[in-house]
Design a protein around this ligand. Structure first.
Ligand code: COA
Length: 197
């Protein structure tokens, strides 16, 4: 992810995941600013139209994810009383990768650019990153209220691995189940990645 697009990436993330992130990082202006200030540029791929970021996909690898900000950052941005419940909400989104696994933890395409293949390009790039790092699998989570994203992942070779019911999150975040999907990294992916380089 190039430097300079932090605010745009944060805006895309908030537009796509604001409902989920608000209990942890809201209100929106503050949440977007927190995300923009703590991005790890080496853990995301973006689609660009000129200087404009039209899509982003973040991933977690080696204990590091696109969206950063540790305990100290949350507490210094939100204060102790407000910060502690936020840390509890953020802990819900922790997704530790297994060894040799890359976890994609957020893909978002600008609403005016959807349906044009940008999401597919970002997914292909995520697989290329997994190949580059010698991973043997890509994993992601999709919520039950997002069948369009799930269909996209299935078209790209991901299959459902397990579904966790989360009725306690329906009121707070709007979804009642999370499905983990996985896709093996194949020799064909490795060949594609070599050709692209
Ligand atoms: C999910 C998301 C990232 C997909 O991005 P996208 O750029 O629209 O993805 P694509 O264009 O590659 O594919 C999606 C659709 O466009 C179609 N499409 C692909 N290439 C196309 C092209 N060149 N022209 C027209 N349509 C195309 C696909 O068939 C697919 O159709 P469908 O979903 O209507 O059945 C995007 O919808 C998004 O940001 N959603 C909000 C955030 C979100 O839900 N993220 C996922 C969380 S798990």
């Amino acid at each position: 992810m190039p430097h300079g697009g932090e605010d745009q990436v944060a805006a895309l993330y908030w537009e796509a995941f604001g409902r989920k992130l608000a209990p942890a990082l809201g209100p929106p202006e503050k949440g977007r600013a927190f995300i923009a200030a703590h991005l790890h540029h080496d853990r995301g791929v973006v689609a660009l139209a000129g200087d404009r970021v039209t899509g982003v996909a973040g991933y977690r690898l080696g204990g590091r994810a696109l969206t950063g900000g540790g305990v100290r950052d949350v507490l210094s941005a939100y204060g102790l009383f407000r910060g502690l419940p936020r840390l509890a909400a953020l802990a819900l989104f922790e997704r530790a990768p297994a060894p040799d696994e890359l976890v994609m933890d957020g893909i978002a395409v600008d609403a005016t650019h959807r349906g044009q293949g940008v999401g597919s390009l970002l997914l292909a790039e995520i697989v290329a990153v997994a190949v580059h790092h010698g991973c043997r699998r890509v994993r992601l989570d999709v919520i039950d209220t997002n069948p369009r994203a799930r269909a996209l992942y299935e078209r790209h070779g991901f299959t459902a691995h397990r579904t966790e019911r989360t009725p306690y999150l329906r009121g707070l975040m709007g979804f009642g189940a999370v499905t983990t999907m996985r896709r093996p990294v194949t020799t064909a992916d490795a060949t594609d990645e070599r050709k692209a380089r």
